[in-house]
Design a protein around this ligand. Sequence first.
Ligand code: CA
Length: 235
Amino acid sequence: MTVEAPAAIKPYVLVVEDEESLATLLQYNLDKEGYRVSVASDGEEALLLIDEKQPDIIILDWMLPTVSGIEVCRRLRQRAETRNIPIILVTARGEEGDRIRGLDTGADDYVVKPFSMTELCARLRAVLRRIRPGLAEDCVSHGDITIDRVAHRVRRAGAEVHLGPTEFRLLDYFMQHPGRVFSREQLLDAVWGSDVYVETRTVDVHIGRLRRALNGGADNDPIRTVRSAGYALDV
Ligand code: CA
């Protein structure tokens, strides 16, 4: 019997760039680096895509048709749901004033064109590590739970926990956002993928398995059921 190693959840990057060749290059390289990537070619499309599915990080060009990058950044920072999405602003302008303006608007970092993919990827990792440590690190701990994405191991209070691939991905996702409540639909989308048809009841089944594995008979349930809302990991 072969045991399939559970795949860790890839961070979702939204690239907002109207220059088609650069957008393609970014998509290709980020995909190779292990990210899930979507591309928007103007500010309006970017805002629509963000409403549909929240990215883990946005690479945002400053000069864009319809709504400018700065304006996208400003609008995202005004709304509670999007306020904390990390943003790397990309621009051809290298003036000190623009740099400060970009960071003032709420961008987390700033890259000047032309840039190398190595530089961009390093910035991306650095921003993710700073803002969303749960996404960028190989090994993450919350409370007494530790998940090792490279070795595919989970420990609770030092004891090894054996999880199936789906439970591993569920826990991985919860560990990226401890304390946050997710609906069954959001969990389906993040863990199973939006292009897969699975009943929401399936989520309950896998949550049940994850619970049993994590608790191991103990009476210390880290997964909170929020009535008519979904689930959260509280550790
Ligand atoms: Ca542009």
